[in-house]
Design a protein around this ligand. Structure first.
Ligand code: ADP
Ligand code: MG
Length: 741
């Protein structure tokens, strides 16, 4: 027999061993766990609407016209609360022996609301009687029978003892109630009661976690006031302050951790000093076929400042697709080469590594600089030769993929590592490369300069958290010669018109990409596949045109051939998969068709679209999608569950070509985890902080953290002592960091 565990919480009145077991499953075993079980939202009694008011609001929401609404203005259905008395309960049969339960609620405003339950009818029938007062919270709808109708809302009986709260315009906390809670009848009310008991009888000794001066400067409530206010706010202002404190604290400790790590680097690691106006750099500038944008110039300044700082550079270069990051990278490389060091240029795919290699060769042709390409699949003998070039130091620039550090390769005075499209690499891969670089000098504490380039325009809130340990430079503008791409969502039934348009553009000498979600037809997924569609179209619609194909299942040389042919204008149309997503640069390609475009995320669509609009001519992007979505467009109301609805994303693509805007919308629609891939991004699981909306808090906490580290790097001053203790707990993932002794 398994031992029954003893949990502290079972000694609370109304808990007992059985419920304690349930609480334990939700991670609550003792009193501190309980009071740290913060509400997830609140119902403000003042914002509780009368049913009459609600019916008007719902009518208005129904008039919302999606077609003429900008994506930024889309309002998702809002949650509403009402308070009223049950005036009628009835059961109805529908379908095949199925029943539903209806509660009718009146609040005296003249209109009644209806509540519908499909599931667990017996339970609800037992729980509610006529004349019970209830609080209802959910997404109301209207139909032909009823103006205000809730389906399976949150519903809670209101007690006489608590009714004061509702009447006085109080604020009521709502907790996360996992299924096991619901089954054991642990309700919001149960939680409120237990937590009140623990706080009032001071069962937990709270210790302050933030220094006095911070509490004062930021007007933060003390820890005990904060926790009490979170559970039992007496007014809005108090609640806001308490919420601000937990969010701030969470963000602040995270920033402190990042900065403490970096402080370590700053103290012990030496960076090589690289001069800026070297012969190569000057000559290259002189022969550039275009003028650098202001942003490009600023970024170069940032980089060269880092180069002379005696510290290793750790910089993130953010710039939308086509903003000209590569040139910036090349110019900074030249300075490093002139100083006699090696440079690594790393790309996420072989295709891109090869393209970088070719770009470098093209731009650096006039100079005798030795550039090597290191990718998988190279013959052993050839690879050995390259390795020899690298370890001898003859190779000055090495382009490659992660194969770079899979082969046991020895660099020779590697001073500069450039990583393109960082979001595809894990943080650990960056570290491995640094290690290899360190081994390439005689001095142990020298660390290479690192430039991470990202074309994923990550919203600022995310950059500050994920890349908190990197300095950030942003290329804000595109080169002057660019025209914004015209983007159009096209329903499948209209595709022929687009084909005609493509033919007309090709006649003008332009080229076109057609992008597919799949390589081969799959039985499971109903998306178009490049191979099938290529075979079909090349003998029909496009039989008079020169077409080629590019996808991941081709041999490396086949890919090269296709790409090269397209680049040389020997092909009019390139049928491809997302292998073309990153980096590929064919300025004469001005049309892109994306098949089954709803299948892609916003950021990915943006990356793909970035392959066109790279030259002087007007570019066009057509997002093909299912006819069915027309009806989604006509739907007038957007259920929050449909936030990710394909058509909304596609609509956003039509409206803006600003990558930062797109990724903000993406962040809002899909959340940070989806965008970055939480696992590899190293993004912590914030409990209180909202990465979409708390930008100001993040930025404030970052500034404060960096000021503190600048003046008291080891937190040894008396006033920071408290912080040192808190930070240690935080780093050790001791959940008591929020103030529990
Ligand atoms: P990305 O930031 O996507 O890596 P690239 O560096 O590939 O962008 O630049 C896209 C194209 O724009 C390249 O053909 C590049 O030569 C060109 N380019 C870069 N900077 C400028 C500029 N200042 N003016 C005009 N063209 C530029
Ligand atoms: Mg690029």
């Amino acid at each position: 027999m398994a031992d029954k565990k003893e949990y502290e919480i079972q000694y609370l009145k109304g808990v007992g061993p059985k419920r304690a077991e349930v609480f334990a499953q939700a991670g609550i075993t003792n009193y501190s766990d309980l009071i740290l079980y913060f509400p997830t939202s609140y119902i403000d009694r003042n914002s509780v609407k009368s049913i009459q008011e609600l019916s008007k609001i719902i009518k208005n929401e129904n008039q919302f016209d999606f077609r003429n609404t900008k994506i930024q203005d889309i309002k998702f259905q809002t949650e509403y609360s009402l308070i009223g008395k049950i005036v009628k309960i009835s059961e109805k049969e529908f379908g095949h022996h199925r029943k539903l339960l209806l509660l009718f609620i009146s609040d005296g405003s003249g209109v009644n609301a209806r509540i519908v339950f499909f599931n667990r009818i017996e339970y609800f029938k037992k729980s509610y009687q006529i004349d019970d007062w209830v609080m209802v919270n959910g997404y109301p709808e209207s139909d032909q029978y009823f103006d205000v109708s809730f389906t399976h809302p949150e519903i809670e009986k209101i007690d006489i003892e608590e009714s004061g709260l509702y009447r006085k315009g109080g604020i009521l906390p709502k907790y996360r109630l996992p299924e096991i809670f619901v089954k054991s009848q642990i309700t919001h009310k149960t939680l409120r009661k237990l937590i009140k008991e623990v706080i009032e009888t001071k069962k937990v000794e709270l210790q302050e976690t933030l220094p006095d001066y911070l509490l004062q400067d930021l007007k933060l409530p003390k820890i005990e006031n904060c926790i009490e206010a979170l559970h039992f706010p007496t007014n809005k202002n108090e609640l806001e302050k308490a919420r601000f404190r937990v969010k701030f604290e969470e963000s602040f400790l995270f920033q402190l951790t990042l900065l403490t790590k970096r402080k370590h680097q700053i103290k012990y690691e030496k960076g090589l000093i690289i001069e800026k106006n070297t012969t190569l750099v000057k000559s290259f500038y002189k022969h550039l076929p275009f003028e650098l944008t202001q942003s490009q110039i600023q970024v170069l300044k940032d980089i060269f400042n880092d180069f002379k700082s005696q510290r290793p550079m750790n910089r993130l270069l953010q710039g939308d697709v086509g903003s000209g990051k590569t040139i910036v990278a090349i110019i900074s490389m030249l300075a490093v080469i002139d100083a006699g060091y090696q440079v690594v240029f790393m790309a996420p795919t072989e295709l891109l590594a090869e393209q970088h290699y070719n770009t470098l060769k093209k731009f650096l042709e006039p100079y005798s600089i030795k550039i090597e390409l290191l990718v998988g699949g190279q013959k052993k003998k050839y690879r050995n030769e390259i390795n020899e070039e690298i370890s001898s130091g003859r190779a000055q620039i090495i382009c490659g993929t992660h194969a770079l550090f899979q082969s046991n390769i020895k660099f020779n005075k590697l001073a500069y590592v450039i990583i393109d499209e960082q979001h595809r690499f894990g943080v650990s891969q960056r570290a491995e490369l640094i290690e290899l670089a360190k081994q390439s000098y005689n001095e142990l504490d020298v660390v290479p300069h690192i430039l991470v380039m990202s074309a994923t325009p990550i919203p600022r809130t995310l950059t500050m958290t994920i890349y908190g340990d990197l300095n950030v430079s942003v290329i804000k503008e595109l080169p002057k010669n660019r025209k914004p791409i015209k983007t159009k969502v096209v329903f499948n039934q209209n595709r022929l018109k687009v084909y005609e348009f493509i033919k007309a553009e090709i006649a003008q000498g332009r080229q076109c990409y057609i992008v597919y979600p799949l390589v081969e037809k799959s039985e499971k997924i109903d998306y178009k596949a490049v191979i099938e569609h290529y075979e079909e179209l090349k003998d029909s619609i496009f039989k008079d045109y020169r077409v080629g194909m590019l996808h991941g299942q081709l041999f490396s040389y086949e890919k090269d051939d296709a790409m090269q042919a397209f680049l040389n204008k020997e092909l009019d149309i390139l049928f491809a998969t997302t292998v073309i997503e990153v980096g590929i640069d064919v300025p004469n390609a001005t049309i892109m068709v994306i098949e089954d475009s709803e299948r892609f995320g916003l950021s990915q669509l943006h990356q793909l679209r970035g392959r066109i609009g790279r030259g002087e001519s007007q570019s066009y992007c057509f997002l093909f999608t299912k006819d069915y979505f027309q009806f989604q467009l006509k739907k007038t109301k957007i259920d929050p569950k449909e936030r990710k609805a394909a058509i909304i994303r596609l609509k956003a693509m039509e409206e803006t070509s600003d990558g930062f805007k797109i990724s903000e919308i993406d962040l809002e629609l899909r959340g940070p985890g989806d965008i970055m891939g939480t696992k590899q991004s190293g993004l912590p699981d914030f409990r209180y902080l909202d990465l979409v909306n708390d930008g100001e808090i993040i930025s404030l906490s970052r500034t404060i953290a960096s000021n503190i580290i600048a003046t008291d790097p080891n937190l040894v001053s008396l006033e920071n002592n408290i912080l040192l203790i808190t930070l240690k707990k935080y780093i050790n993932k001791d959940k008591s960091f929020l103030g529990i002794a």
